[in-house]
Design a protein around this ligand. Structure first.
Ligand SMILES: [Zn+2]
Length: 65
């Protein structure tokens, strides 16, 4: 694994998310603006976006309905 290359540059936070559309669990990452987690369902490529609140998201798990 060479993910040290990524973390040394900038810490990329991720969020575990459950895609109810395909019943799969995946990780999505913070976008470049840093105000939301963005990603896609690995199966149907449905985009998801989870906004990060002023104090940051409290939970670590979300589900996309
Ligand atoms: Zn899906």
């Amino acid at each position: 694994m060479n993910d040290s290359k990524e973390t040394s540059k900038k810490k990329r936070k991720f969020l575990g998310i459950q895609f109810d559309c395909c019943n799969v669990y995946c990780r999505i990452y913070v976008n470049k603006e840093g105000h939301a987690y963005e990603g896609r369902c690995p199966k149907c490529y449905r985009p998801v976006k989870v906004l990060i609140g002023p104090g940051g998201t409290s939970g670590r798990f979300f589900s996309a309905q």
